[in-house]
Design a protein around this ligand. Structure first.
Ligand SMILES: Cc1ncc(COP(=O)(O)O)c(C=O)c1O
Length: 476
């Protein structure tokens, strides 16, 4: 027996592939009937009991898959399910699973152009599609990343390198109070410490206030610091607020600052021409983070970054070495020139295959439908007595709380938290909440491609019924 041989025979590979596919297809088929939130109770003890040493000898695939699909996967939030309205839904388009199988089986090196020129071009094409959907200019270049956090990180590095050079300690970054925490993390990773991050106030719809931004910039200039970057949001995670992107772009142009937009949640609504006015100013940004694993419905693990002047991205990321081939012509795409990675998965195929199979029109229609469903749920819940909309939907996410005569903020928070829990415990719909200035809000985000009219109606019904029940209890 050849103990060092790791290759499977063609017959073995085919058999293993069929077994895995059967489990996956069965899983997807059962999603609509699966609880919206799997049983995660007692998770720490279960996890501790799972600790194991690596097996010295191999085990059969069937047993491993059974444990995975029957015991471990169900103990999780049902993120790909049609009733998932919590956080920011992803989805998990099936063609991307096929793309990953192809990428991982063929295992070509997509980090540098020379190693797989045509595959690099596929990735270049995908980035050009995204550039066109976002109406960025031809000078834009970008990179596919593991997610929005890494996209923002690369953008902060590019802005820092371009505008502060070696004087990064004086560089100041601005974000709204509602900006995603990944902005601060990206800044820290890029060497911009907490005392150089300014939190800008928001208006009554949780959007960044440009007057506050301008005042903060002026104050920092007075102190001798070097304002360099404003990060605004095309859809915040808490309430879905879209900052006044156009006005912020004006401020940045006037002040000569880099304007980065976090479009991880909301960016792909720009694919739909009728919805573009909701994101006016997005295409003027210096850089834009996107999450195809949210707004393009892909499985987790694909983010994107566009930088208006591609050379500024290359300026902070291009690197080479004596053992690597010569640089290529500028019109060709070399991933390592525009991102922090060298060896990397071939992410381009994750986007390319589903777009080729569905066509853009179908994806665009699905994106538009998610906003329409959010508006429908919002309209229905706005009529429910005792349910107060705190943040209306700018895109497909809105936030609300329960309220009644004489209620204290603490009681409202507690009742709203109870609402999220009760609706989720009914098993068809999963909601999540957020705390803003000490007050708890429930939120509904429609972004799963599997969420259709039926689930939107169920969501509105379950929220309305549980609201009535909780308020009746509060009144007694
Ligand atoms: C508004 C916003 N920005 C950034 C991120 C971070 O993106 P990722 O989780 O892909 O790193 C998220 C994630 O939910 C988000 O909602």
């Amino acid at each position: 027996m050849d103990t060092a041989d790791l290759e499977f025979t063609p017959e073995e590979m085919s058999r293993m592939g069929r077994v895995v596919l059967e489990w996956c297809v069965e899983h997807v088929a059962a999603l609509a009937e699966s609880p919206s939130r799997g049983d995660v109770a007692g998770a720490p003890d279960i996890c501790r009991s799972m600790r194991e040493s690596a097996p010295e000898q191999g085990r059969p695939l069937e047993g491993l898959l059974q444990q995975l699909f029957e015991e471990w996967i169900p103990r999780s939030f049902t993120t790909p399910g049609p009733g998932y309205f919590a956080y920011v839904p992803g989805g998990g388009l099936f063609p991307t699973a096929l793309a990953d199988l192809i990428s991982n089986t063929t295992n070509r090196f997509s980090g540098i152009f020379h190693a797989a020129p045509c595959l690099s071009q596929v990735e270049g094409n995908v980035l050009d599609w995204i550039r066109d959907w976002m109406q960025f200019p031809a000078s834009a270049r970008g990179t596919l990343t593991p997610g929005g956090s890494m996209s923002t990180f690369a953008a902060v590095v590019a802005a820092r390198e371009w505008l502060t050079g070696t004087d990064l300690r004086n560089g100041v970054l601005y974000r709204s109070r509602e900006g995603h925490h990944s902005i601060d993390k990206a800044a820290r990773l890029a060497g911009i410490l907490g005392d150089r991050i300014r939190e800008i106030a928001v208006d009554d719809e949780f959007r960044m206030r440009p007057d506050d931004l301008e005042a903060a910039i002026a104050a920092d200039r007075e102190r001798g610091l070097r304002p360099f970057l404003v990060v605004s949001s095309a859809g915040t995670v808490n309430t879905g607020a879209v900052d006044p992107l156009d006005v912020i772009a004006d401020v940045c142009a006037r002040e000569r600052l880099w304007h980065h937009i976090d479009g991880a949640y909301g960016g792909f609504f720009h694919m739909v021409p009728e919805l573009r006015p909701l994101l006016a100013g997005l295409s003027r940004a210096d850089s834009l983070s996107l999450d195809p694993h949210k707004g393009l419905f892909l499985p987790y693990g694909t983010g994107a970054l566009l930088v208006r002047d591609g050379e500024k991205l290359a300026g902070s990321h291009a690197a080479t070495a004596g053992y690597l081939p010569d640089p290529i012509d500028d019109d060709l795409y070399d991933a390592s020139r525009y991102g922090p990675e060298l060896s990397r998965p071939f992410r381009g195929l994750r986007v390319w295959l589903p777009v080729q199979l569905y066509g853009v029109a179908k994806i665009r229609a699905a994106v538009a439908e998610k906003r329409a469903l959010a508006l429908q749920i919002h309209e229905s819940l706005a009529q429910v007595p005792g349910l107060q909309i705190v943040a209306p939907p700018h895109l497909s996410l809105f936030a609300f709380r329960l309220t009644w005569d004489g209620a204290t903020p603490e009681q409202e928070s507690e009742a709203t938290r109870e609402l999220v829990e009760r609706v989720t415990n009914r098993g068809k719909v999963m909601l999540s909440g957020c705390t803003i200035e000490g007050r708890f809000l429930a939120r509904i985000c429609v972004l799963s491609f599997r969420t259709r009219e039926a689930q939107a109606r169920t969501c509105a019904e379950h929220v309305a019924e549980e609201t009535a029940a909780i308020l009746a209890e509060c009144a007694t």
